[in-house]
Design a protein around this ligand. Structure first.
Ligand SMILES: Nc1nc2c(c(=O)[nH]1)N[C@H]1C(S)=C(S)[C@@H](COP(=O)(O)O)O[C@H]1N2
Ligand SMILES: [Mo]
Length: 216
């Protein structure tokens, strides 16, 4: 619980500084409020036209298209997680509700040789992930933040959340999951950002990549 008793005996909801310190990856700070960050425009949501395509190296060799009613019917879980943007702000204790990535993997199994995924958004934004990051129990296709439906600028109706990686991997306005046998760079990974993006290892830029951390 955040909060504590002041010297004068009054109670206040103040974050415990040592706790915050421990939860902030190197080079990160807590901003005022909750910034909204994205490249380009906020797309409109038209439920009758929306679909989530699961394609690439599927086990069946065919692609699956989920409609909005089909996606909405999938079981959801709630995860509390911190959020770290590479522009150096972090937002603690976000309450995300959504469909675990593992649920989609069970629904549309990948071919056995799949090691990576590309997540696709409206307007062609994308981010690549190792399968091991995608299968994290914290990785969700979120539909709610803090028990409210996502607002348009936060990714409504569905955004990916990968809390243990820099937030450019948390793709808003998701429309596709592509199974990859070989790794390929997404939007920011092609533009100088790290292929993996672990904030605890401060993997910000592609020039920091070690052999084996990016596509050849
Ligand atoms: N489709 C899409 N998703 C995106 C982005 C984007 O430009 N387009 N920006 C990313 C970046 S860099 C960050 S920090 C987070 C910001 O999420 P927020 O607006 O909820 O803070 O969204 C990520 N997801
Ligand atoms: Mo970001």
């Amino acid at each position: 619980m955040p909060g504590g008793r002041h010297g004068d005996g009054s109670m206040a909801i103040v974050p415990d500084e040592m706790e915050v310190e421990r939860r902030l990856p190197p080079g990160q700070h807590i901003p005022r409020g909750r910034p909204v960050v994205h490249y380009g425009r906020v797309p409109p949501f038209r439920p009758e036209r929306w679909s989530l395509m699961v394609f690439g190296a599927t086990a069946s060799g065919t692609e699956t298209k989920l409609t909005w009613p089909e996606f909405r019917a999938l079981p959801r879980v709630t995860v509390v997680a911190d959020f770290h943007c590479v522009t150096r702000f972090s937002v603690l204790d976000n309450v995300w509700t959504g469909v675990p990535a593992t649920t989609l993997l069970e629904l549309v199994p990948p071919a056995p040789e799949v090691r990576h995924v590309m997540i696709w958004a409206e307007y062609g934004y994308s981010a690549n992930l190792r399968m091991s990051d995608f299968t994290s129990p914290q990785t969700l296709f979120a539909t709610e933040l803090d028990h409210q439906p996502l607002t348009p600028e936060r990714g409504h109706p569905v955004r990916l959340v990968v809390p243990h990686l820099y937030a450019w991997k948390s793709v808003k306005w998701v429309r596709g999951i592509e199974y990859l046998v070989e790794d390929r760079r997404g939007f920011w990974e092609e533009r100088g950002y790290h292929n993996i993006g672990d904030p605890w290892r401060e993997q910000r830029y592609s020039y920091q990549e070690e052999p084996g951390e990016g596509p050849p």
